[in-house]
Design a protein around this ligand. Structure first.
Ligand code: SF4
Length: 448
């Protein structure tokens, strides 16, 4: 392909040096702004035909409740719901799942991976969690060795809660640590403090979860060189099975952006992109020195053979994802879909016996190829033979211009069969991926 936007020219791509408002993180393809309500009937139609036998299935359930709204959060979260309202939400989610489970496309299938995301799944009480998981398993059984991933906010985790999470079968606990400095946690609106992290982590370890991951964010408001070094040191000391490090973004729906707008500011009050990349790079170095392996643009893993990310890897290779809950994103029968983003319309649709889908998108063969190529490039390397075999498309030819530009700019090494990102390329992969979008999708995504 030719006449492409230059993926490495900062004048043309969203990788400005200072941090400005916007979502640059590429989580799916084609971008959400291309998904349309008019395509929802096509998804319902697609569910009437049984799936091919070899497509893995995952289940996602979204819990939109949090103790407090973080200043950098762009999700729709509810901080004021009582236990009756939460129970009603769970029941609505189960009605939704039941609707899907009865469709020919999903009938008789079981889940290879299950993901509880949010929001804050650990905000649920143990009885709510038991009720939710037992109903889910009745509707879509979980394979015996399925990965069951669960996001948790450290301040919600007392011993009873952690025991309950272990008891319902969670295999991968993902702790939203973000930082170890209390001033940074507080000034960014996080609900937990560092003492709660250590306590929750130690107890979780004693319960024998198969895989404990901690999340960090490089470049939160009030970050300094010393505090980041301390944060990395504390993270290494915990010896998690894996660490995921994100670079701070300031999307439009955040408190930080609202304040910027009120003050007429364009630059967000966080570190610039080169500094955030350097901080992640220094953290990667520290984890590598402690024996970890860097396995993606965001992840360092203690033993990659033992600690896998089934959910991520399966999705990036085109698995089906039955996604339930408000605002959640799914992928079934080659179609993307997203649910209603507000709890009111979501519950009303279910009350009326309808699926609460807001918009959908039928992907083409070429779009599925591009999607898989760009998402998997976040792993830092790509073997072109895989795509030739799976899609009949050779990335080396299809993306010749982009691949050569990446190599020429020092972001990758390239030969006829592989591309391997350099550390510098890996740390800004989301910026670079926009250059691989098909021409019709090449405008910068504003989160809508
Ligand atoms: S805990 Fe996560 S979902 Fe909840 S407000 Fe904070 S960033 Fe948003």
């Amino acid at each position: 392909m030719s006449s492409l936007q230059d993926p490495v020219n900062p004048e043309q791509s969203p990788g400005q040096q200072s941090t400005e408002a916007g979502n640059y993180f590429v989580s799916n393809y084609p971008p959400f702004s291309f998904w349309q309500p008019q395509q929802v009937p096509a998804l319902k139609e697609a569910l009437l035909t049984p799936a091919a036998r070899d497509i893995p299935l995952g289940v996602y359930f979204h819990i939109p409740f949090c103790r407090k709204r973080c200043h950098f959060c762009y999700f729709k979260v509810y901080t004021d719901k009582n236990s009756a309202e939460i129970r009603a939400y769970i029941q609505a989610g189960m009605k939704e799942m039941q609707h899907y489970a009865s469709q020919p496309y999903l009938k008789g299938r079981s889940a290879r991976f299950v993901y509880f995301g949010g929001g804050t799944p650990s905000y649920l009480s143990v009885p709510q969690l038991r009720e939710l998981t037992s109903q889910m398993k009745d509707l879509v059984p979980w394979e015996s060795d399925a990965e069951i991933a669960f996001e948790a906010e450290p301040g919600t985790l007392n011993e009873t809660k952690l025991e309950g999470i272990a008891e319902v079968g969670v295999t991968r606990l993902s702790l939203g640590v973000e930082h170890f400095d209390d001033h940074i946690l507080e000034s960014n609106g996080r609900a937990h403090r560092s003492a709660e992290i250590t306590k929750a982590y130690r107890f979780a370890r004693s319960l024998g979860f198969r895989h404990i991951n901690i999340d960090l964010i490089a470049g939160m408001m009030n970050e300094t060189e010393e505090k980041w070094q301390m944060c990395v040191r504390r993270a290494v000391e915990l010896q998690p099975d894996a660490v995921t490090i994100y670079q701070m973004e300031v999307p439009y729906n955040t408190t930080i952006y609202r304040d910027m707008k009120a003050q007429g500011k364009v630059t967000a009050p966080v570190a610039d992109w080169p500094t955030k990349r350097r901080w992640v790079s220094e953290a990667f170095d520290a984890f590598v020195a402690a024996g970890y392996t860097i396995t993606s643009a965001y992840t360092a893993v203690r033993d990659p053979k033992r600690f896998s990310f089934v959910y991520r890897d399966a999705l990036w290779e085109g698995a089906d994802l039955l996604s339930c809950g408000v605002a959640s994103f799914g992928h079934l029968a080659g179609m993307h879909y997203q649910n209603q983003a507000e709890i009111g319309p979501y519950m009303e649709a279910l009350d009326q016996g309808d699926l609460p889908i807001f918009r959908a998108y039928a992907t083409s063969h070429e779009e599925r190829f591009v999607r898989e190529f760009i998402l998997k490039l976040k792993l830092g390397r790509s073997d072109f033979a895989f795509y030739r075999q799976k899609f009949g498309i050779d990335p080396r030819q299809f993306f010749a211009a982009q691949l050569e530009q990446l190599a020429a700019a020092g972001f990758a090494s390239l030969d006829a069969d592989h591309i391997v990102l350099t550390r510098s390329g890996l740390l800004q992969v989301d910026r670079l991926l926009h250059g691989f979008f098909l021409p019709q999708h090449r405008r910068y995504e504003r989160y809508t």
